[in-house]
Design a protein around this ligand. Structure first.
Ligand code: PEP
Length: 266
């Protein structure tokens, strides 16, 4: 299937970003536990798409553990080139070859800790699509930017840089994750109103950059300290189409409850 045809109009999605956690065997155990919990879910037909993004060395074995379960495999990043002298990097074709269908691009930890620029994120988005992966494009403001009333400006800049020049079909085949940096790993979750306002800015910007209508077609996930206790409140906000989950994705029971909360009508 062409990656550009892979996204239904605003599906619900819950993606787990394991970051630099879990060895391959630990990851397999976690994935198996999650699959077993999901198998007994009476609301499975209404369940969101579920994506696991383990570290690179675990991709193949976790992929085996989720094979046939409906849970999908994603990478936490990719290099924009397909191959070459880029020590330590991994390319889209390599990820696709081990079963990845998704790739996170522009996560704030990579922007902040690895110096990724808006231009690099734009290149990775395009590389993911070239290589058959669905990009989850992360954007979000720091605490200083929020306190300086710069949230809207930052989101407009990041979305414009990532999507500028993408045609409508390509834009439609992406997912955005709004991840306020101050909420990631801090236990400080954005309020549903803060998430709604940010998602509306993102949708309006997508309309401007990628053509009228794109904003309402794309799934926008919220990320930042989502857990089993706060997920339902966030998903009740109609502009929130799911979640990108870090810490809480490392516990199968808790992650399964987040997935259940994202079930349509659930
Ligand atoms: C993330 O890393 O994308 C994230 C949202 O982390 P956490 O859920 O731990 O805040």
């Amino acid at each position: 299937m062409s990656p550009l045809a892979a996204i239904a109009r605003r599906p619900r999605i819950v993606a787990g970003n394991w970051k630099m956690n879990k060895t391959a065997s630990e990851g397999v155990a976690l994935a198996r536990e999650l699959v077993a919990l999901r198998a007994g879910d009476p609301a499975a037909a209404r369940a969101p798409r579920v994506v696991l993004c383990p570290p690179y060395p675990s991709l193949e074995s976790v992929g085996g553990a989720i094979d046939g379960s409906g849970v999908e495999l994603g990478a936490q990043d990719l290099h924009a080139e397909t191959h070459g002298a880029f020590t330590g990097c991994v390319s889209g074709p390599m990820l696709a070859a081990v079963g990845c269908a998704w790739a996170i691009v522009g996560h704030s930890e990579r922007r902040q800790l690895m110096g990724e620029t808006d231009a690099m994120v734009a290149a990775k988005l395009r590389a993911a699509q070239r290589d058959g992966l669905i990009p989850i494009v992360c954007v979000g403001e720091t605490l200083a930017e929020r306190e300086g009333n710069l949230t809207e400006e930052v989101l407009v800049r990041q979305i414009t840089a990532a999507y500028h020049g993408l045609d409508a079909a390509a834009a439609r085949a992406t997912v955005v994750a709004y991840e306020p940096v101050w909420a990631i790993g801090t236990g400080k979750v954005a309020s549903p109103e803060q998430a709604r306002d940010a998602h509306r800015v993102i949708r309006a910007t997508l309309d401007k950059v990628s053509g009228a209508g794109r904003g309402s077609e794309l799934a926008i996930l919220y990320g930042g300290s989502v857990n089993a206790g706060n997920a339902a409140q966030l998903f009740a906000e109609p502009d929130v189409d799911g979640a990108l989950v870090g810490g809480a994705a490392l516990d199968a029971a808790g992650f399964s409850r987040i997935i259940a909360a994202a079930s349509v009508g659930g």
